[in-house]
Each structure stands twice: as C-alpha cells, then as structure tokens.
Design a protein around this ligand. Structure first.
Ligand code: ZN
Length: 654
C-alpha cells in the first residue's frame, strides 16, 4: 500500500452536536428512506423482477437504473450504521432478494439488459450502455451492506458477477478487450478487493485502467463491430466533434490517451472524477508511483484552474464537462452534484497517501458548500446543477426547454437521477472521513463535535471534540486513554486560516508543522486537553485575474463557508448591489429561521439608482445609494422559495 494512514471507521466516530450531526441525522432519517421510496415509485425496484418491457414509454427502464439501486442501498447501509431502522433494513433485504432472483446462472446482472435489450447485446456497447458502471455501483452497495449488517447475500451476488467480469475481461481469462465508457468499475473492484482480499479484482481494475486510451481505440473498434462508427455518427454526442478536434477521439470519456499521460481534466466531469478515484485506488494497492504521479498532476490542474469557489466542477452543461482553464461561469455553469461528490472521494484517497492537508481542505470546502447545499434543509429536494448566480425569470422563461437537471430550484428526483443517492451516500459516509490513524499518529482532518475512538501505537485512545464548527473556529479536544502512551496528534490547520493558537493543558504549544498538519508529540494521558483556536474572520475572496467572469468582484467566505446574497434578504435586482470594501463587516447568528445557528453576514455597500427611468441607455451618472447587503451560507440557499442569488459581488474600494 502507498497509503500512509487508514481512515478511522465511521462506527468509531459518533457525532455529538452541531451542523454535521444535524445533517447526518436528517440524511439517515429522511433522505435515505426517501431514496428507497423514489426508486420504488419510479419503477427502479419493479424492474428487478423478470419481465420484458412491452414498449410502453411510461414504464421504459433506463440503462443507469441499477446504479441508483446500488447507491440507494449504500445510502441505506450508512443510515443503518447511524441508527437502526428495521423497516428500511427489511425493504432493502427484499430488494436484494429480487436482485438474487434476477441474476443469471453465469453471474450476469443488469435489469436494463435483462428487461429491455436482447441478451446477446450484453457487453457489446461498453462506450455508452453503462453496464460496468452499474456493476460498480452495485458492488459498492454490496460491500457497504455487508459492512453495515454482516449479511453476505448481496456481497455474494456481486462476487458472482465480479467473477464473471474477471473471467470475461481479464488477460488470464477470456481476454475480451474493452473498458467502461463511464468509469466506476475500477474503484468498485478495488473496494471489493479490500473487502475480500481477492487480488484478481484488483488486477482487473488495473487492467481496465492500463487498457484505457491506447490505440487502436477500443470504442472505435467496438462500434465498428456493431456497424456504427461512434467517431462520426451524429446521434452519438454532438459535442464529441469538439473533443475530436482538440484533444483527440474519446476525450469526452477520458479515453483519448493512456491514463498515465493525461495531465489536465477533460470531458465529462463525473466520469473524470470516478476515473481519477480509481487511479488513486489502484496506485495505492499496487504501489504504483507512476499512477499516483498522474493523479497529482491531474489534481493540481483541476484545483488550480477549474474548481469553483463553492466546490463545483465541470462548468459546461453541454456534455456535463470540463472546458478549459479559468472558464468558471456563474449564471450558466453546471457543476453537477455527482462531480463534487466524486471529487471528495478522490481527495480522500489522495489524502491517505499524501498526508497533505490540501486534500482535506478541498474536502472541507466542497462539503460545506456544494455538497451540503445540493440537498434542501428538509432533506427531500436536490440540485443536479449548482449555479453561482440565479435569476429566476430566466428559468421561468426557459422552463419548457430546460430539462429537470438544469433547474435552479431543487427537485424531488430527476429523470436521470444519479445525484440524489450520490449526495445521500456521501453525507452518510462523513463519519469515516473525519480522522485517520497511522502507526503512532492520530490525524484529525475535519472538525465537528464528536467522539473519535481510535488506536495509537496499538493502544486505544478516545478523543472528545467539542466545537461549534464551522460557525466558530474554537475546537477543544479531550483525551482519554487506558494508560499513558506516547504518540502524535496531527491536527489540520485549514488553508483558509491565517492565525491560530494551540495549547496543550493550557500551555501554548509550538508544534512541528508539516504539509498543513501540526504534529503534537507527547505522552498522552487521560484528561489532557488540546485547545485549537482558528481565527475565522470574514474574508473577501478574489479569483485569479484570468477568471473573466469574476473580475471586479469578490466572494465572501468565513472559515470554509462560502456566502451568497439572496433576493429574499436584499430585494430585487441584486446585481445592482456592490460592496464597499472599506467598511466594517458584521456577522451574527439568528438571522435565518431555517437554521438559526447559522452565522450570517452584513456588509455595507451601495445600490445603483435609476431603475425608474425609461431610457435603456444614458450617459453615465454613477448614482447610487447606501445599502446593507445581507449574505447567507451558500449551502442554505434556495430554502425560502425561488429567489435571486449571487456568490460573486461587485465591489468598490473607498
Ligand atoms: Zn449526478
């Protein structure tokens, strides 16, 4: 393994208060059961019986449906680890029985192919039909269900399927060429390897990665075999042409060149994040430094050129894809929730190998903005696209032409509903992303009121964290140990924090700082208390000058939380507002009834005058009036009706 630390299991992290506890509990009690309900209502569970689709468009199954089932079960598994729910557990067990009944004798399992497409069509269109993607999500669901309940049935079903894939695709098996159009199977096979110790799954994951992007292009060979040419037919994605000219064929699916030679993110953002997560997993388990280096290069490019301040990635809705460096629009961006979910998963894998706080920083920034904000406060509605600027009339005008994914109001579900269960499983898994252990070290990556039970140097240690993070930067950690033990507590100092104070038992501590973590090494005893005070002022953020849409604008952050202004608090035409950067910035809790403890911000500024005049254009008179601008956390946007919203605001320097 290349990883230098191992995450502390979610079973050993118990949230005791604060924002994350509230969100994780709502996720477990409301959102996870809702995912089952939506899968049931939309036919995704019904299709898991042996039946043939009769051609009725109302009941047409969908090639991605099994991936929703996999993520729904994974979400339920994490919910059960939070709190027992016999009713939900029984429902999932019934779904698993259906999956077992549907599975073919050779191990194959895909509701779409079994219901809607003749069986001989299987594995004939890896480019588009998502069979390996669906298999991957079912494998992840199966491992999570086994870990949550100890029940093996689903795991055994997916082992049978994985064995079939291994027999078909591996070089030691039948050597069928190919790899997935939508990555996911790679990281899922590594997860299955970690759960079972069976190395052939890891080898197959590596094979899929090593084959990807080599010439002659598999996707072309495959389509020619079927009598169509995906590089030239118009009914394949039209935007493929763009990539053909710029990056080479199949860049849309990151299959334009070998993965180790890919240096900048291209194509479909969710595919890219799943692929890079799989690369990081294989790099870790195969101790493949070259693959890890490719991940580092890709990471650097994503984070420094195509990452929205809110944690969104993949700016173009056309193709749900990356575009080019510094192209970060606000009103007409895309930033699919799934892409940010998968970015967090990739970052987590990099963090375990690199011991570098930059990865935990991105997890934090993505989590507290896009991820928490992609689900409504009541846990029942979701964003697919995550805009940084919304003008409702534009959507009301365009609503017929826009599909549900592009709506700027959260939706209960989507025609292609990858995002809701993905958001749900990520929030459900947060307990496992708080801390890690290495030989004599306990690493704290994220701050929240919780109890962490871990081991340090082979002995158990308990850390009680008390904080009101992210609303307050003060964190107190009390240690309990069975007996005194030497070890290191490594605490992340977030990248946003410029000044902090650290004391151990009230004595200030000058600890070694390495890659964003302070390392406190001592003999730890019960009662030892560490206090970390992260100064958390309101900060006006500027984008790189090449981000053309943000020139002359600032965004407001406090700690990891990005703020936005909404029409609800600031009246109509919020683009008329500008911040006076010379004035005092106030902040306090209690402004938002939907989340009273949320810290909100008041900025002094101005509002343009002249709205009452008829002339569309007039000589500039620069008239404006003083205004108080109220900003709320971006993740709480859109919980009070459909209203204007903006993250980046014009400013004036007094
Ligand atoms: Zn999605």
């Amino acid at each position: 393994m290349l990883r230098k630390m191992t995450p502390v299991s979610m079973d050993n992290v118990r949230f005791t208060g604060g924002l994350l506890k509230e969100r994780i509990e709502k996720n477990a009690s409301v959102t996870a059961p809702l995912m089952y309900q939506r899968c049931l209502e939309t036919g995704r569970i019904g299709v898991l019986r042996h039946w043939k689709w009769d051609g009725n468009p109302e009941t047409e199954p969908h090639p991605f449906w099994d991936s929703d089932i996999g993520k729904m079960i994974e979400s339920a598994a994490y919910a059960l680890r939070q709190r027992p729910n016999a009713e939900l557990e029984k429902k999932i067990d019934q779904v698993i029985e259906r999956l077992e009944a549907l599975q073919l004798p050779d191990g194959y399992l895909n509701s779409y192919f079994q219901a809607a497409v003749p069986e001989e069509g299987r594995f004939q269109n890896l480019y588009y039909m998502h069979e390996l993607y669906c298999a991957g999500h079912l494998i992840e669901g199966a491992v999570a269900w086994y870990e949550a309940t100890g029940k093996r049935k689903f795991l055994d079903i997916m082992i049978r399927y994985a064995d079939l894939l291994e027999e078909l695709f591996s070089d030691s098996g039948r050597g069928m060429p190919g790899y997935a159009g939508h990555p996911e199977i790679e990281l899922a096979l590594v997860r299955l390897f970690r759960a079972t110790g069976e190395k052939k799954y890891l080898n197959l994951a590596r094979t899929f990665l090593d084959r990807r992007g080599r010439e002659p292009y598999f996707f072309e060979q495959e389509s020619l075999k079927r009598g169509v040419d995906t590089t030239r037919t118009a009914n394949q994605k039209r935007h493929l042409k763009f990539f053909l000219e710029r990056e080479g064929p199949y860049a849309e699916y990151q299959a334009h060149k070998p993965v180790r030679l890919q240096s900048a993110p291209v194509g479909h953002a969710v595919r890219a994040m799943y692929l890079y997560s799989g690369m990081a997993e294989v790099a870790d388990c195969c101790e493949d430094e070259g693959l890890l280096e490719a991940c580092r290069v890709l990471w650097d490019s994503v984070i420094h050129t195509q990452y929205a301040i809110t944690g969104g990635i993949g700016a173009a809705s056309n193709g749900e894809r990356f575009t080019f460096a510094y192209d970060l629009p606000n009103e007409h961006t895309y930033n699919e929730s799934c892409a940010s979910v998968a970015l967090v998963q990739w970052a987590d894998r990099m963090l375990q190998m690199e011991e570098d706080a930059q990865y935990a920083d991105i997890i934090e920034q993505t989590l507290y903005n896009v991820v928490l904000g992609s689900v409504s406060h009541d846990g029942e509605r979701f964003f697919y696209a995550n805009y940084l600027s919304v003008y409702p009339r534009w959507y009301q005008n365009a609503s017929k032409a826009l599909n549900d994914k592009m709506q700027a109001e959260r939706q209960p579900w989507f025609q292609v509903s990858c995002c809701p269960p993905n958001i749900c499983r990520l929030i459900g898994s947060l307990g496992g992303r708080m801390a890690s252990v290495s030989e004599r070290q306990l690493w704290i990556h994220q701050y929240a009121a919780c109890r962490i039970e871990a081991s340090m140097g082979g002995r158990s240690i308990c850390l009680d964290m008390d904080t009101d993070y992210p609303w307050d930067g003060r964190v107190q950690m009390r240690i309990r140990t069975e007996q005194a033990q030497e070890g290191t507590l490594a605490l992340r100092i977030p990248g946003w924090c410029r000044t902090y104070r650290l004391t151990v038992n009230q004595e200030s501590s000058k600890a070694k700082m390495e890659k964003g973590y302070v390392h406190l090494t001592r003999i730890w005893e019960t009662g030892d208390t560490v206090r970390l005070e992260l100064e958390m002022p309101v900060t006006l953020m500027q984008a790189h000058p090449k981000v053309r849409e943000d020139c002359g604008k600032v965004a407001v952050m406090r700690g990891p939380v990005v703020y936005c202004v909404e029409g609800e608090d600031n009246g109509e035409e919020i683009s008329n507002l500008s911040i006076d950067t010379g004035k005092e910035i106030k902040y306090s809790a209690g402004m938002l009834t939907v989340q009273p403890e949320a810290v909100c911000i008041e900025l002094a500024g101005y509002r343009l005058k002249g709205n009452e005049e008829k002339r569309l254009y007039r000589p500039a008179d620069f008239r404006r009036e003083p205004a108080v601008i109220r900003a709320i956390p971006y993740f709480l946007r859109g919980n009070r009706g459909f209203t204007e919203m903006q993250v980046w605001l014009r400013y004036e320097r007094a």
